[in-house]
Design a protein around this ligand. Sequence first.
Ligand code: AKG
Length: 333
Amino acid sequence: MYPFLHPDNAAKVSIRFIDIVNDPSTSSNFKQILSLCGFVIVTDVLSAEEIATAQEYWAKDLQCIMDIEASKDKILAASVYQDPVHTWPSKVPLGQPVEFGLAQGQLAWYIRRNSNIRHCFEIVHDTEHLCVGTDSIMFSREPPPKLRKSWGHVDYHRDLIHHECFQSIVYLMDTEEESSTTVVWPGSHLSHFDTVMEANAPRLFSTIPASMVPEYEANAVRLKIPKGAMVLWNSKLVHQGHNWGRRLAVPVCFEPSVLRTREVLQLKQELVENGMSGTHWAAIFHTHAKTRAKGNKPKELQRDVGPFRLHHRAHLHLLDESGFLKDDYAALL
Ligand SMILES: O=C(O)CCC(=O)C(=O)O
């Protein structure tokens, strides 16, 4: 179990969003922390009202995929429908990445369109011309039966990508002792990246070699991220998820649109139109192995998951009457 980053050190890597906006020296400090530590926590990127709205969108997304009448346990389904965010049963897994159109649901797009989050990436990339990624949603309520063994990795390969990439996760619930959260190895994007690359064939998910695991386990820390904050990191940083308990969070990545080709744009648009999830990349078309195995399309439009019947339809709010992606969403990709 990784310890939490000590509060004194957490304070050194945390910056309030408002200070980034109002104070040019904080904005350069933000970039400096990111460049030295490989990650930074931006607090209060969302207001209390925006957090509440985001949680409401997630409730609507979950309600939208439920079919109470066709569910084996109608009574449980009707009861969960009242407050799905806080009562969703762990015996109804939503998939990893989330299925049923949820990666393109109302919550995902509410967060992707938030101007404060976008602003942080504008600073990092030094441009306002950005395109957004299409990644999943992180939602869990209870610890799984077993904690996954450490899986420190970088989301990058130097033989495949030649620009810097930064990814983030926006937290919509506070991190507590028994929460799922992000684990990072501070500074490893500088100190260990080359060794990780040497150990991996070119792929965008590169795990650390076995020989590095003891050092990783001794130095990696869990991050305590308050709701409304985001952790932003360099994709070369060794990190992983600590999936152990409650979390509602949205991965967000913006990259300069100049790096995204027309072909990638088209593939991203089709993916979103089909309600599927990409990995974090915004300028590159890349999907999770499980999604690729399905040809990047939904396998079934409805499925019984435990006692619930669920439909693949949380993404339908994005489509016009002809079933095409609405222009204002397509333009952000
Ligand atoms: O679950 C997390 O916080 C980190 C997930 C992760 O490893 C990733 O997004 O690459």
